[in-house]
Ligand binder design. Structure first.
Ligand SMILES: [Zn+2]
Length: 107
């Protein structure tokens, strides 16, 4: 195992990992706090990058805000396929997350 020096107490050791859901967790990876086993301070954090959902949302938002009235894009065959596929997969994922949330309330 890798040992890391704690920036707070300068002790060497393997950090304790705490996973948590960051702000805007739908479109971000899970964040991980690396906590010092000696003093309990957060040594550093990893994760929290934007996931593929963020890029799909960005594409859809970009289409909505920038390409309104752009016939060249909207008449392209690939966009007529891509737009419903992305939209429905997005709605499907939110529904899936919502149903799982509802189920978790009754457990
Ligand atoms: Zn420490």
């Amino acid at each position: 195992m890798d040992t890391v020096q704690c920036p707070h107490c300068k002790a060497e050791g393997t950090p304790h990992l705490l996973r948590y859901e960051p702000f805007l967790s739908y479109i971000r990876h899970t964040k991980m706090q690396h906590i010092c086993r000696i003093c309990g301070e957060v040594m550093y954090e990893t994760g929290g990058r934007f996931n593929f959902m963020a890029y799909i949302l960005l594409l859809l938002a970009g289409d909505f805000f920038l390409q309104v009235g752009n016939e060249a894009w909207h008449n392209a065959w690939w966009w007529k396929i891509l737009l419903p596929v992305l939209s429905f997969s997005l709605i499907g994922l939110f529904l899936y997350k919502f149903v799982r949330f509802i189920i978790s309330l009754f457990r």
